[in-house]
Design a protein around this ligand. Sequence first.
Ligand SMILES: Nc1nc2c(c(=O)[nH]1)N[C@H]1C(S)=C(S)[C@@H](COP(=O)(O)OP(=O)(O)OC[C@H]3O[C@@H](n4cnc5c(=O)[nH]c(N)nc54)[C@H](O)[C@@H]3O)O[C@H]1N2
Ligand SMILES: Nc1nc2c(c(=O)[nH]1)N[C@H]1C(S)=C(S)[C@@H](COP(=O)(O)OP(=O)(O)OC[C@H]3O[C@@H](n4cnc5c(=O)[nH]c(N)nc54)[C@H](O)[C@@H]3O)O[C@H]1N2
Ligand SMILES: [Mo]
Length: 804
Amino acid sequence: MGEKNVSQGTLSRRGFLKATGAAAGALGLAGAAGMTTAQDWLAPAQAHAEGEEKVAYLCHQFHCLGNCCLKCTVRDGRLALIEPNDAVRKEDQRICLRGINEIQHVYAADRIQTPLKRVGERGEGKFEAISWDEAIETIANAIKESQEKYGDNSFFFRKSTEASSAHGFDFLSKLLHAETGGNWGLDRGQANGWNPGAGVGSWSPGNNSLAEWPLASTVIFLGDNILESGIVWSRGLFDAKEAGAKIITVDTRFSPTASKSDQWISVKPGTDAALIIGMIRAIMDEGWCDEEFIKAHTGYPYLIDEATGEIYGEMRDVTNEKTGEVTQKKAPYVWDAVSSSARLYDEEGIDPAIEGSWKLDGRTLTTEFSVLKKAYEPYTLDWASQITSVPSETIKGLADDYANRGPAFICFGLGGPDKYANADVLGHALVLVTALTGNIGKKGCGTGWYGAGGAFHSTTALRAWELPDEFKAAKSECEMYNMPYKDNNIHVALTFGDAFTLEAADANSMLDWVKSLDFYAICDIYHSSAVDYADIVLPACTKFECDEEITDLRNCKGYLALGQKCIDPLFESKTDLEVERLIAAQWGYDQYLPKSHEEYARHRLSEAKGNIEGFTIEAFKANQGVLRFLDSDEPMRSSCQFTTETGRLEPYYEKQIKFGQAFPVYETPNEAFEENPLHEQYPLVFVQGKSRFRIHAYYSASSWFQEYFGPVVNISPGDAQTRGIETGDEVRISNDRGTFVCTALVNNAIQPGTLFMAETTYNHYYPEGFLQNVTNSYRQERCYEMTHGPQIPYNDTLVEIEKA
Ligand SMILES: Nc1nc2c(c(=O)[nH]1)N[C@H]1C(S)=C(S)[C@@H](COP(=O)(O)OP(=O)(O)OC[C@H]3O[C@@H](n4cnc5c(=O)[nH]c(N)nc54)[C@H](O)[C@@H]3O)O[C@H]1N2
Ligand SMILES: Nc1nc2c(c(=O)[nH]1)N[C@H]1C(S)=C(S)[C@@H](COP(=O)(O)OP(=O)(O)OC[C@H]3O[C@@H](n4cnc5c(=O)[nH]c(N)nc54)[C@H](O)[C@@H]3O)O[C@H]1N2
Ligand SMILES: [Mo]
């Protein structure tokens, strides 16, 4: 912030727009206009000593899962100070570097200023400024033309998570019957494998789980780097540590979370399932199982027909309590040791055998547990050690800590091991190990992802905005990540945020497909990578800007928060709601949408009951925009009732016999393993993860962060030395999918044979290409039959690196 560039104190928004008009006309991007950027625009405090000041409260970004409640001081119409909202309890007051940095980021040079029309080739990034009217009409005409010619679902509409989850609406996909791109393909790899055994949704256990960490004896972070990816709940880690819990982090690199743990277990990329299978073997071999739990709460004693591998049971009518619908379900038998006979698993007064083999009605019956023991004979500790490169004794010690020290958590993340093609096998193995030890359903233990909603209270009582019945999104025929590879009917696309390059891997394939579309438009705040490929670009405003006093209404970890406007929309930007209204108006559909954020917020609160009963806009205004949920002090809940067919943990997946995965069978990653012939040419695994300096690509535009945390690849000293690479060198990373250039950082926290890079910065911050050019877009076939479909295996990527 150079003093010589300080601008006059009281430039009004209108005057400001005039002053920057020339630059806006040229590109519509802020860069060229000196007055528009934070460096030039932020004046030292004394320059504004007599300025006008107001305070506004809002909830910050959603997608770091932080949702921090902020207090913003606005001076002379500019954001001048950002602090935690002091109306929330002291222990809930928080802000991170990114929040403080918004003062610079909101006014960053990389903002889109005006609507733009492409004038060069797709990908070239050449634009001219146009009016909002022209931009909206062009978009509507392209959609209408395509829908008339090819049908409703020829229009693809997608909002990035930050654009949708933070604002709480997506009306256009329903109004225009759009294809929305089906399964997300993100963050549900382990959940795919966990769901059949423990119940859909239970991978993210709710209800104060984070507050339970201090009750645990052992907390294992399995590829979950919460000190960066969950900054605001990292407090749970330190509380647990102080209370005496042993903290163990399993990670390919010495991550920040590993550095604060009692033990770091360095595992080969994509092999965590083998680590858990090794633990399972140790627990069975050493007799560390919780037999009482196994009998009462798991399917391990269920009988299996040895000849078919099927569960031996009796079909039962089950009535759905809500719908009254009757379906048939298999009720398994167990072998009752009291009567020496097969009995239904839920009969009173029986004592199920955990192991054994019996003949009955011409069948040979055995238990799930016995089948597992036999199936896992080849999976010795030495085998697990060889696959994972973790010493056998360490794996055994981990199993000992988990099974015998007292209540234990396994906290998996949504990154790390989730982003390999074999993540479902890992999720399944986690059901097995949890079921053997009974580390679930009691206080101080559990398995799953403990971030976001699971870590704090939220509400589900906000009323939805109803559209007339005829407005429904098209039934999805193609996942977005499949669009370059699978036949589909998409001709026209509109995205809010850069879904194409942030969410999908293998950007060259994705962007070739985008280029082949008849028309593509994007509404974004910053100059994201996909902008260069759009025919029309619309400038969105940040959360700090609004054209009315109220912005959004949001779950903010224990509180509901009503966002207030800090400043007017900068440049010619508009709120997402206004943009959706403008587009809907082209069909006359704007009549169905809320006219303002205030109307929408009032509607959502209009049936406020349960933990938000009595919450009103006026009450929010009187309390600095935040109200604490009424049930926030409710005691922790834990239960051994699972939402599976039998209500117990069910480790054996009959439906996956056809995949050879009735019990988890170890499988290498799709690409990132040493025996892969591709490994000779591309010997390094390209591991990615979240960074505390960004939310995905967000904050790329902040020059403070750019200076220190731009696109940097971390490489181990050995791998760097053999390639003559030193810190600060420009390096080229390549594989058959593509190539990019960034800066190298030689770092002994990195495992030899791997690289680590924070995902993802917009393409124009790299000297050439960008990270997503090399990532793997493989789709695991069997996952089409799982709850969440194939997940994008970004980390399952082999590359080579050289000095550029
Ligand atoms: N600051 C910040 N926070 C965020 C986000 C953000 O963008 N920025 N995004 C949010 C979102 S959407 C998500 S999904 C979560 C994800 O949060 P996390 O689950 O913590 O995800 P990552 O940071 O991607 O990866 C975690 C760790 O996995 C390690 N890892 C990589 N491969 C393996 C492996 O094979 N085995 C093991 N054991 N470890 C491995 C990496 O080295 C990394 O340290 O973060 C959320 N929080
Ligand atoms: N290579 C690689 N890629 C990855 C990952 C990885 O580990 N490696 N991780 C993946 C994961 S876990 C996730 S969840 C995804 C996240 O990918 P996304 O869900 O797409 O990320 P978000 O940060 O939610 O959305 C960012 C986009 O929306 C824009 N935006 C932000 N706020 C608004 C708004 O209010 N209005 C509008 N119109 N636009 C807005 C931003 O400028 C940006 O273009 O990334 C995935 N991509
Ligand atoms: Mo994610």
